[in-house]
Design a protein around this ligand. Sequence first.
Ligand SMILES: [Zn+2]
Length: 787
Amino acid sequence: MTMTRAGRFLVAVTIAAAVTPMSNPSAQSPLAPQAPRAAQPPQATQTVQATAEASERWETAFRALPEAARIRAYDERMSARPHHVGSPYDKDNAEWILARFKEWGWDATIERFDVLFPTPKVRLLEMVTPTRFVAKLDEPALAVDPTSTQKAEQLPTYNAYSTDGDVTAPLVYVNYGRPADYDELERLGISVKGAIVIARYGASWRGIKPKVAAEHGAVGCLIYSDPKDDGYFGGEVFPEGPMRGKDGVQRGSVADMPVYPGDPLTPGVGATPGATRLARADAKTITRIPVLPISYGDAQPLLVALGGSLAPPAWRGALAITYRTGPGPATVHLKLAFNWDIAPLYDVIAKIPGSTYPDEWIIRGNHHDAWVNGAGDPTSGMSAELEEARALGELRKQGWQPKRTIVYAAWDGEEPGLLGSTEWVETHAAELEAHAAVYINTDANGRGYLDMSGSHTLEPFINGVARAVEDPEAHISAWARLQAATIARGTPEERAEARTRGDLRIDALGSGSDFTPFLQHSGVATLNLGYGGEDDSGNYHSIYDDFYHYTHFADTDFAYGRLAAQTVGTAVIRLADADLLPFDFTRLADTVRGYVGEVQALLKKRQDEVGERNRQIEDGVFAATRDPRRPLVAPAIEAMPPALNFAPLENASAALTAAAGRYQKALAAATARLGAITAGGGNTAPNAAGSIAAMRAVNAKLMQSERQLLDPAGLPNREWYRHLLYAPGFYTGYDVKTLPGVREGIEQRKYAEADAEIARAAKMLDRETALVDAAAAELARISPIAK
Ligand SMILES: [Zn+2]
């Protein structure tokens, strides 16, 4: 179907008088024609014709270019051999990607960093009592799956940045190993002090499990994949179906990334050859206890041998066993030792210079390293990015020149801990501060619905992009399909909003991919995009995430790879060519207002819970309902959470809402003065009008808008994370905490800290309000220039 678009207008922009070499020293040629060949040529008076029609023609032309067959070929090529950090094929892929960018006309280079990357030297897990069992710790090759046989190049199953250790201790089952699971164990009267815990994968990020276990005194940690979470409970197992089989293991990093991502030895600075490095013993993100991931084939004999309490109903998985907590009688011996090597990272960085606003950068990235072959994670996403890059190169041959500079990145070392992106961001911090307008991230791509997450200033923009691309199966826009899914599956409130709000809400970002350093360390407005939801699988971070699996069970014909390339490429073209960056502050203010309400409700809920529990304790309810055969430990009286003064936050939120309204008015007035404005294909900002210098002045403010949400002091106990609106949860890992200082202060019962964080968050919003007003003032200076 054809996407309908708002008006089409012709706008005359004269730049000759407005742009002096002084005001734009780095622009190679501000007088160069920006219009496509099909549009009117520049006149002798150095007036440039920029048209909404032209920009729409370019993006329409772009969307016809990506080909599923090429994406398939890239995916097959890059996943042909294991390509983890430090492996020969990781470097080979980086060089191959570099050659492709160059072939397609990009100015491309490889940036190398040297990072700590441990690989296993010793892995031993055995049960020593009550019976003896030695864990296999191996994913077997399957005859039907050709790359699963590449044993010599595969990384063994392990968790990167586990510390070395040799421990023998009774085993305790801790469900998902979240803080709340330990609260339940405490009620059951079970301590993990001196024990080895076994947690199942899921519900929190894996690195949280050993961290919380160590906080509770455990000496070792096993993490297994229960079939309820990604095995036979959810469908046929591989190779008959996509789910994880008995021997499948999820590798993965357990570095304490909520403290800081990137190379554990170089927090805050790039891991360049001359960088000062911490001693390994001083690296805060390496685990305190040894941790090893295992299959359910290896976990089942251990779980069967547990005695002790019956596990609470919600803790029971899909194994045909009675789940018990222990401790013991199973005692296990876990011995791990690693090669603590420094390994090279190869980031591929490719650029197209901007013609009009070369100092404003649109950055886009996906990682190229995998745990093993990684045909899904990451090469399905990397392949789509490459096809975008080819199509953009093709568009340039046809005469297109982006107004802004476009930077495409293929990151290395994402899997061990966002290494390539973090080290690059830390190395280029000053340039990003000055030039970065927007970062767009993708990772593994699949079949299904568009996931739109990121900075809420970009919510209307990305909704507009989603309306412009067509789902290959339903033949409606990706936006309409997502709207239908929200109506079909959402809560009554979500359903009502999806029908009437106009734009679908985007999710806030926590962590789990390369957007983190851009958004949460450097304050670059960010989007994370991808398709998925119709391709359940259980091959995550295993040797079976490969081309055979992907082409049998995921986006088998790469139709959604093509759609991903069309979607992200459209977003890049619009961001690169819109004369005013399409930032919207009303949606940001609306979202912030919601968060302020949430943290107030959270405190109220905590007060209600504590009040009710204290009352039950005082009334003897726990004593009266105690089953002597299954005794529970009564909880202790807890101090009532105090009232907190949310007024500074409420006032700052209201002020931001008012400023956002003023900006919208200034935008509308500028639009009216210029008389000719396009909606930019769903973009709420003008696409072209007035002088380039005036536009640049507004953009300079807009580019700094996300930076205002940072505080250089960072979050409590994790100063690397500087964003006061979005952060990964300290105890969730990937899941976002919005207004993190305030929210986690309340959750962690640090009420004085929460109080101080309210004041800090209010100041952060006040900075944003001042910025929005300054941007509106610059908008007021935009005036029409006669032809
Ligand atoms: Zn990935």
